[in-house]
Design a protein around this ligand. Structure first.
Ligand code: GUN
Length: 289
């Protein structure tokens, strides 16, 4: 059996096109152009690529994009001051501080300082709390993308056993929360670096999501025949991008699998655009009440 390949590029393009149409309608109705401000500190090459793509797709969707590029020596106070200015800027609807930040800056303090109504990453404790309670305003971009990819091959995932590898704040934890929400209704197991008998657990997964940052970690013997496998990993090995899943071997066993690149990656930006539009809609409505 050979798995069907989940085409993240095509699914993300469709989502961006939907957002673009909604932006057009919103601008026509309100005269307000959704505006995302991105803050990039330092010169991390991967972050520079991500930020350039965010800017490109924002503009293509009819939104305004501003990028603040700060030196690697920026202090925490300087960054907090910029975040405050963006919080207070009425024409800025979304704020994204690209991670990772240089070591002199406390990442959590910065994420906590972003006004939660403008937190399009959904990293602020207020937004995480709303997600826990199943009433999120912004869905976290990468996990939301993973769920959309899963649903592109299996609309009804109710009762399926989803195993999430990784407990990060950006992917593992919020992914698990989305999967147990009403409407998704999966049974979820979260595994991490201290999990015992990992393969025994992954072999029970109808849906397996790998987000651990270890190249080719998930091998075919860890996968249940017919599983849906979502690979969130982006690892550089010998100048080549590889995921957390041993793709060729696992593709022989799974029912559906995401490639790297071209799987989860494009979905993150598409959902960022969706959240930026939502931020503009919410703030515009609140101001007009
Ligand atoms: N760095 C890698 N992924 C992300 C993301 O989704 N949001 C932000 N702010 N930084 C990142």
């Amino acid at each position: 059996m050979s798995a069907s390949i989940i085409d993240g590029r095509a699914i993300a393009a469709q989502l961006r096109s939907d957002v673009q149409q909604d932006v057009e309608r919103f601008v026509a109705e309100t005269g307000v152009t959704p505006h995302l401000s991105v803050v990039l500190v330092g010169e991390n090459p991967a972050s520079q690529v991500y930020v350039r793509n965010k800017e490109k797709f924002c503009v293509a969707a009819g939104m305004k994009s501003t990028v603040h590029r700060l030196s690697a020596e920026t202090t925490q106070d300087e960054l907090l001051q910029l975040v405050n200015e963006l919080n207070n800027a009425e024409d800025v609807h979304g704020i994204l501080v690209q991670l990772p930040l240089p070591s002199q800056i406390d990442e959590q303090a910065i994420l906590d300082a972003i006004c939660s109504e403008k937190d399009v990453d959904a990293f602020h404790p207020h937004n995480v709390g709303l997600l826990v309670q199943g009433r999120s305003r912004f869905e976290p971009c990468t996990p939301a993308g993973c769920l959309q990819l899963i649903r592109s091959v299996r609309e009804d995932i109710s009762g399926l056993h989803a195993v999430v590898l990784g407990r990060s704040e950006i992917v593992g934890k919020p992914m698990s929360l989305l999967l147990i929400q009403r409407g998704a209704d999966c049974t979820v197991t979260i595994c991490h670096s201290r999990t015992k008998d990992l393969a025994e657990i992954t072999k029970q997964a109808d849906i397996l999501i790998a987000a651990i940052g270890k190249p080719n970690f998930v091998t075919a013997d860890m996968v249940k025949p017919g599983a849906i496998v979502i690979d969130v990993g982006i690892n550089r090995v010998d100048k080549k991008l590889v995921g957390d899943v041993d793709y060729d071997a696992v593709a022989e066993k799974a029912d559906a699998i995401t490639p790297v690149p071209g799987g989860v990656g494009p979905m993150t930006i598409a959902n960022l655009l969706r959240n930026s539009l939502r931020a503009a809609q919410m703030q515009t409505q609140a101001r007009r009440q």
